[in-house]
Ligand binder design. Structure first.
Ligand code: COA
Length: 160
């Protein structure tokens, strides 16, 4: 059984993340989307909300599980018996940070390899922050996030 962890904050999940999850689900037998509970970024959505939004967004993927984790992702991967971490690369600017994360994770868990998938061209400009910047002033994020996320952003920011 080949298991991969796709970790992130997902505040909120975008269609760029879903694209990575869909592609990973074709490569691995089991993909665990692991949502970091720690609030390094002053998150907009609570961990409960992020889990709910992610579960709704990947319910079409039978071999994808949604979970949360605290502490090191390298330890969580060991506990879950995962062989790989999945990360999306959007542009060259992501590379340096990702190399640092992958190397540190390998140091912490020798059995863990990081696998990078190139983010689809149509999503290479996306980040959760840019989605929130547009949604907070009532701009349209249709087609960039799952419908359930779009609805919940509207509710959060009280936009009709
Ligand atoms: N499509 C769209 N957006 C993408 C994307 C894609 N394919 N890939 C990344 N992004 C966005 C994310 O939404 C995020 O946007 P934001 O900064 O506006 O919120 C940004 O790019 C950075 O994403 P990512 O690098 O995945 O960071 P993250 O904060 O979501 O997750 C963790 C980082 C949680 C995976 C990492 O901090 C971690 O593993 N923490 C656990 C503690 C630990 O083990 N630390 C040591 C690691 S060596």
């Amino acid at each position: 059984m080949r298991t991969a962890i796709y970790p992130g904050t997902f505040d909120p999940v975008t269609n760029g993340h879903i694209d990575i999850a869909e592609r990973a689900s074709k490569i691995f037998d089991h993909v665990i989307i692991a949502i970091a509970t720690e609030n390094y970024k002053n998150n907009l959505f609570t961990i409960g909300e992020r889990i709910h939004l992610m579960k709704e967004s990947v319910k079409h993927l039978n071999n994808v599980e949604v979970d949360s984790f605290a502490g090191l992702v390298a330890d969580y991967a060991r506990e879950r018996g995962a062989q790989a971490l999945i990360r999306g690369l959007r542009a060259v600017t992501d590379f340096e940070y990702e190399m640092q994360l992958a190397t540190m994770n390998k140091h912490l868990n020798k059995k863990l390899d990081t696998l990078f998938l190139m983010t689809g061209n149509e999503y290479s400009f996306l980040s959760s922050s840019i989605i929130k910047q547009v949604a907070i002033v009532g701009g349209s994020v249709k087609g960039l996030v799952p419908n359930v996320v779009e609805e919940n952003l509207r509710i959060k920011f009280n936009k009709s």
